[in-house]
Design a protein around this ligand. Structure first.
Ligand code: NAD
Length: 478
């Protein structure tokens, strides 16, 4: 017995069970640990009605009072972090310590937006006598939000934070494979006194839910995090109603390692970062372009550190990397490695599944990977790094920009002129120099090219959930 909770639908402030449900599987042992309810069309209609009513109440609640509720919910989740982290580890597989860090990060998203929304100022535009122009920032309306399985708590928290801080209501459709993170968010908000209908959570068949909710006239914004293929589909659905979208899609992050850098430190920190969350992170550093003069040393240290990562059940103390989150990733990773091998890449460590029970895969490093290998174009979304040599910064930047993605990018150098080149020319929404942290709650996060558009986090993130209204007011002076 794991005491992992079953998850119902949260609609109009109460939980409901349904006739249909789906199993939730622990990826460390492939055991069914719980069930998640599946919404029928009537449940979705109820959620839409609840969100419309909730918006009426919440959009007229003062920003300061909204912020109080966000902060209370965050405080409750900080108190409950052990329980939430345990549920995340059971449903997702990540090490318990990383799950706790995720819970704290989710709380930080709520706290940042709570602090920022009271400063979502409009402006007064200079005008002639007898007329005033005032720009207001108003909540956009009920949001349909879809969050993925790689961060079961912090991903939904980011969307809930932006929407609720701005004064919107939200219908959240988290991943059915990892429902507990979102369930804990809904529970915390209910306990923090959020009015019914402001936050609703539904589960079911993802395509059926998105096709039902997105075209509905009540929905005023679609927010999605997931693959580019699904993002494209949802953007198309939204376009029919001219509904704006916020799309956080895949990435395939390049890392440019210049000849002047501290090679060993860059290699060791990159290998550890690569294996965080078993590489299932849209900002995960994956394509390494290392200057020829330091390539061998970088590859040796990177390989050694990656091979030393302790793989195991996330609930075991000492585990540094858990299983992959589902069997689809296991098949995908095996496919990337086989393809790269066949095309001439060298596997310096890993490359195979670990054991036969649980979705464990070895930390894997590929060297000298030809450009036509699939992994050089497609996001592996797993514990796999490709390390290639380049002769110059120009070549590295060209390689970095050679994929359709542009989410996160990294550089290691101490030369100001190299940094300047990267800032100007690397195609990415987030560029990090000498650090592998791509975003924090106070900075805007999002992509260019096929990595999506719109930003989450920072001041820009809040603006996605708001619309601008200009009011021209003529005043007759007597
Ligand atoms: P997928 O593309 O089927 O699903 C990705 C996410 O979208 C899941 O959470 C899923 O529930 C949801 N989804 C799928 N179809 C949907 C639909 N029609 N309407 C609404 N939501 C829908 O693939 P997957 O196997 O779950 O993940 C594979 C790829 O997705 C990964 O390789 C990675 O590139 C990408 N991904 C990206 C992120 C991210 O943080 N950007 C997170 C998870 C997955």
């Amino acid at each position: 017995m794991t005491n992992y909770p079953d998850t119902g639908l949260f609609i109009g402030g109460s939980w409901r069970t349904t006739a249909d449900d789906l199993p939730v599987v622990n990826p460390a042992n492939e055991q069914v640990i719980g069930r998640v309810a599946c919404a029928a069309p009537q449940d979705l209609d109820d959620a839409l009605e609840a969100a419309s009513k909730g918006f009426g109440v919440w959009s007229r609640t003062a920003p300061r009072d909204r912020a109080d509720v966000l902060r209370k919910a965050a405080a409750l989740m900080r108190e409950r972090q052990d329980e939430i982290a345990r549920d995340i580890t059971l449903e997702h597989g990540k090490p318990y310590r990383q799950a706790r860090m995720e819970v704290i990060r989710g709380c930080e998203f709520l706290e940042w937006d709570a602090g920022e929304v009271v400063r979502a100022y409009g402006r007064v535009i200079p005008s002639g006598p007898g007329i005033n122009y005032v720009v207001h920032q108003q909540p956009i309306g009920p949001v349909a939000a879809f969050s993925p399985w790689n961060f079961p708590m912090s991903q939904p928290a980011r969307k809930v934070a932006g929407a609720l801080a701005a004064g919107c209501s939200i219908i959240l459709k988290p991943s059915e494979e990892t429902p507990a993170g979102a369930m804990h968010i809904a529970r915390a908000f209910a306990d923090a006194g959020l009015p019914p209908g402001v936050l609703n959570a539904v589960f079911g068949v993802p395509s059926e839910i998105s096709e039902y909710l997105i075209p509905h006239e009540a929905i005023r914004l679609v927010a999605f995090t997931g693959s580019t293929a699904v993002g494209r589909r949802l953007t198309g659905l939204a376009a029919d109603n001219m509904t704006p979208v916020l799309m956080e899609l895949g990435g395939h992050a390049p890392v440019i390692v210049c000849e002047d850098t501290d090679v060993r430190a860059a290699a060791a920190s990159s290998a550890v970062r690569k294996m965080r969350n078993a590489g299932q992170v849209c900002t995960s550093p994956t394509r390494f372009f290392v200057h020829d003069s330091i390539f061998d040393e970088f590859l040796d240290v990177f390989t050694e550190r990656a091979a030393a990562v302790v793989v195991g059940d996330g609930m075991e103390p000492g585990t540094e990397m858990g299983p992959l989150a589902n069997d689809r990733r296991l098949a995908a990773l095996a496919g990337f490695v086989a393809d790269a091998r066949a095309k001439g890449a060298t596997v310096t460590t890993g490359g195979d599944r670990v054991g036969t029970s649980g979705y464990f895969f070895q930390p894997t490093v590929l060297a000298e990977v030809p450009g036509d290998a699939r992994v050089m174009q497609e996001e592996p979304f797993g514990p796999l790094a490709a390390v290639n040599r380049v002769g110059s910064l120009d070549e590295a930047i060209e390689c970095a920009n050679s994929v359709p993605y542009g989410l996160a990018a990294y550089g290691f150098t101490n030369r100001a002129d190299y940094v300047e080149q990267m800032v100007e020319r690397v195609e990415a929404g987030n560029l990090s120099i000498n650090t592998l942290e791509a975003s924090v709650p106070e900075t805007p996060f999002g992509g260019v090219k096929s990595s999506g558009y719109g930003r989450e986090g920072g001041l820009e993130g809040l603006h996605n959930y708001m619309v601008v209204k200009n009011v021209s007011h003529s005043i007759s002076i007597v």
